[in-house]
Design a protein around this ligand. Structure first.
Ligand SMILES: *Cc1c(COP(=O)(O)O)cnc(C)c1O
Length: 359
């Protein structure tokens, strides 16, 4: 077996222990004589799995009792539409903070359903900063405020939680479970699984129960959060395999010491990678220092003519998926929970050696 250091932005690396468990379970899951993909989602074993995943997620993030934890399909992108469908009436205004491509996309989806008001937009500097909160042009009666705590493409992360009285909706796809958060500050948190939770195909939504009554009456059931809350996310056949892997990842996280321990490792990983970039004149990161992402670290080479060689040699050295998003160029190292500190150390060593031989 030969495993690489995988810096993919998503679907992203999974813990090796989880993959080994999947391998062990594949023909005979929990003595059923079947794989987890072949059992009923209403059977005892799977219902137990679902309950355990929810309990562990609640434990990891300290989710208060008046919040529901939902596991729909459709990824974060579907939640960009479900948010206005479940929180706003037609013609009502919702506020959007746009600090990157995902926030922009969310505002675009919302505009189909309500009046999406852009309160701040960082595209003027190619999404390399967070506009000061005091400059946000918030509306009087917004149904909610939506923002993207970590913008995966440009590597811009909020290191504060916005204030205000309206429900706060956060797309945490690429930062969830990377450190402790105070869930009670949020009305809704949503995240696609394929960065820090498990495989693509399942989505996490955490919603304050009092908000479940705001859904539009003409929403289909599958696009209504309350349907999931009322059915333990078994409104229809759920993505059982993805849910099973997510459950293993949540157990793995608890074994690592939970999000507090992960936060310490993640801060260390990010700090040493940014330090390596900042201490070199060969590499640079364009993001303002107060909002650099712990999870996605974009960097460019002083000579873009060396990009292809960097990618080729890094891949040969066992470091994969470092190519930056086409809108940013250069490189991006995504260093989610399952990317070990050892992997980050290997990347830093490779970068230094590449600079030595090409700088
Ligand atoms: C990856 C990502 C998305 C898209 O998620 P899907 O599950 O593919 O819909 C949305 N928002 C953020 C912040 C992301 O990182």
């Amino acid at each position: 077996m030969s495993r690489v250091y995988n810096f993919s932005a998503g679907p992203a690396a999974l813990p090796l222990e989880v993959l080994e468990q999947i391998k062990n379970d594949i023909f005979d899951w929990q003595g059923t004589g079947m794989s987890v993909m072949e059992v009923s989602h209403r059977g005892k074993e799977f219902v137990e799995l679902a309950a355990r995943a929810e309990a562990n997620l609640r434990k990891l993030l300290g989710v208060p009792g008046d919040y529901s934890v939902l596991f729909p399909q459709g990824g974060a992108t579907l939640q960009m539409a479900m948010t206005p469908m479940n929180l706003s009436a037609p013609g009502e205004t919702a506020d959007y903070v746009v600090t990157g491509s995902w926030g922009k996309k969310a505002a675009g989806e919302a505009a189909i359903f309500c009046n999406a008001n852009i309160v701040a937009d960082a595209s003027d500097k190619n999404f390399t900063y967070i506009p000061d909160e005091s400059t946000w042009k918030r509306s009087e009666n917004a149904a909610y405020l939506h923002y993207t705590p970590n913008e995966t493409i440009a590597g811009v992360e909020f290191h504060f939680v916005p204030g205000g009285d309206v429900p706060l909706v956060a797309d945490m796809s690429s930062t969830i479970l990377s450190r402790p958060i105070d869930v009670s500050r949020f009305g809704v948190i949503y995240a696609g699984a394929q960065k820090n939770i498990g495989p693509a195909g399942i989505t996490l939504v955490i919603v304050r129960n009092e908000l479940l009554g705001r859904a539009r009456a003409d929403n289909p059931h599958l696009l209504t959060w309350k349907s999931y809350a009322d059915s333990d996310s078994m409104t229809n056949t759920p993505p059982t395999f993805a849910w099973y892997v997510a459950d293993l990842v949540l157990q793995w996280l608890l074994n690592q010491g939970g999000v507090e321990a992960m936060g310490k490792v993640n801060l260390r990983k990010a700090s040493k990678l940014y330090a390596a970039i900042d201490n070199s004149s060969f590499y640079s990161n364009p993001v303002a220092k107060d909002c650099r992402s712990w999870m996605n670290v974009p960097f460019v080479l002083a000579d873009a003519g060396l990009d292809a060689r960097f990618l080729q040699e890094s891949k040969a050295a066992g470091l994969t998926n470092l190519k930056g998003h086409r809108s940013v160029g250069g490189m991006r190292a995504s260093i989610y929970n399952a990317v070990s500190e050892e992997a980050v150390d290997a990347l830093i060593a490779f970068m230094a050696e590449f600079e030595r031989t090409n700088g």
